[in-house]
Design a protein around this ligand. Structure first.
Ligand code: BGC
Length: 436
């Protein structure tokens, strides 16, 4: 029997671009259709949630869920700068009404990775003007739909950009090391020139990057577009916090009682022999340095998928013999409870788990994951930590960005040839947590 308190939100999460289909005015749509795209496949109709939201919402309600986290797509609402589309507002009004009619609390995200194409052509997430543009869009949505909204997340995983920058740095370092090694083996090669990553155009990957840059130039007017999930400068990182704060102020001006928060992707960093300093640095980058910008929010959106072991030189591979998910992460649902506790040490506002989930083809492992993760949540609540909701990622097997449709995170499988929904046992199990 569930030990979760009365009024606790149990729900599932999605993001517009990953489920709706035909998000044609967005930067991702453009990137997916490039000749030198880095996407395995384009999103196309995705899982047609734009047209099938009623069925999806009903399936959640029938299973017992009482909340639904989804995102409103900026590229639909403002397909051209300054032109707001009332018809799209009406669409989202219908989705919100449908949630209410089915007893689900909507938890709406204003930005989940995708942006209008025009925003990126204007300099995207490194251009200061984006702060104001984002605040205007958010205020517009709340003016139109605020009567239906209680909970809003401004930006999904605002720290993802810094994580990408760190991964790219590691990748470049590795590539340099590999090239240096290859050059050392080849006595005829000139070591000095071959370690210059970025100018060795003999390398097929570099050649591809060059072509990509030329295509970006045609599509976005710049060889290196600053989409939301791309490497960012330290200024760009903080600019996102300023966009969050500006959007919050603009929405509160329209509806002061709206509960507004930001979401971050957090790992359960676990120190291994001498990794203390490296782990402290990771936690500062991933979470601590954002505190001044979020500590007065109404809630914090916590997202977690796994743990990361940290040695003196940073993250370590998954432990020997551990179970890996389709994404390659370690299957480790205990991470959620750990991260909630670590966050609560520094941040006393209510915590909403806005994402937690597992990509697996074996639904019995998903059930086990949910049960273990929610046990962690129950223990946190028993210890007095204000956790107010748990949103499983994801409601549907959907478009997992660069990886296409290959990852199955969903509580509901979808046959994309007919868009038929096939609820899994895990949906029923999750819904069971709202019942006595
Ligand atoms: C993102 C989702 C993504 C999920 C699984 C989160 O980082 O918010 O959009 O699909 O993780 O990888």
């Amino acid at each position: 029997m569930s030990k979760l308190p009365e009024g606790f939100f149990i729900g599932a999460a999605t993001a517009a671009h990953q489920v709706e289909g035909n998000n044609v005015h967005s930067d991702y749509w453009a990137m997916e259709h490039m000749e030198y795209t880095s996407f395995n496949e384009p999103s196309l109709d995705a899982v047609d949630h734009y047209n099938r939201y009623e069925e999806d919402i009903r399936l959640m309600a029938d299973a017992g869920l009482n909340a639904y986290r989804f995102s409103i797509e900026w590229a639909r609402i403002e397909p051209e700068q300054g032109r707001f589309d009332e018809a799209e507002i009406e669409h989202y009004r219908k989705v919100l009404t449908c949630c209410r009619e089915n007893g689900l609390e909507p938890i709406v995200t204003m930005h989940h990775f995708t942006s209008p194409k025009w925003l990126i052509a204007n300099g995207g997430w490194e251009n200061e003007d984006t702060i104001d543009a984002f605040a205007k869009y958010c205020a517009y949505v709340v003016e139109k739909l605020g009567d239906q909204l209680n909970y809003v997340c401004t930006i999904n995983e605002a720290n993802m950009r810094l994580q990408i920058a760190a991964i790219s740095k590691r990748f470049m370092k590795q590539m340099q090391a590999d090239q240096a090694k290859a050059a050392a083996k080849d006595s005829k090669s000139n070591v000095e020139s071959s370690v210059q990553v970025g100018i060795n155009m003999e390398n097929p990957m570099m050649e591809r990057m060059k072509k990509q840059a030329m295509e970006n130039m045609q599509i976005f007017g710049t060889p290196q577009p600053n989409v939301f999930v791309s490497m960012c400068t330290p200024e760009g990182d903080i600019m996102v916090m300023r966009a969050h704060q500006a959007a919050k102020a603009a929405m509160k001006a329209v509806k002061p009682e709206l509960k507004i928060g930001l979401t971050l992707s957090l790992h359960d960093f676990q120190v291994v022999e001498g990794g203390e300093d490296a782990a402290a640095k990771e936690w500062d980058d991933e979470f601590l340095h954002y505190l001044p910008y979020i500590q007065d929010d109404d809630f914090f959106g916590l997202q977690n998928y796994t743990r990361t072991l940290i040695g003196p030189d940073g993250s370590l591979p998954n432990p020997e013999g551990s179970e890996a998910t389709q994404m390659g992460y370690e299957f480790y649902p205990q991470a959620l409870g750990h991260v909630i506790r670590t966050v609560h040490e520094k941040l006393s506002i209510p915590i909403m788990v806005t994402e937690n989930g597992v990509a697996t083809s074996d639904d019995s492992r998903r059930v086990a994951f949910i049960q273990e993760a929610l046990k962690g949540v129950e223990d946190c609540i028993a210890d007095g930590i204000p956790v107010v909701g748990y949103m499983y990622w994801s409601l549907l097997d959907n478009f997992e960005w660069q990886k296409g449709f290959s990852m199955t995170f969903g509580l509901i499988a979808v046959d994309r040839s007919t868009q038929t929904r096939m609820p899994k046992e895990s949906l029923k199990v999750l819904g069971g947590y709202t019942k006595d």
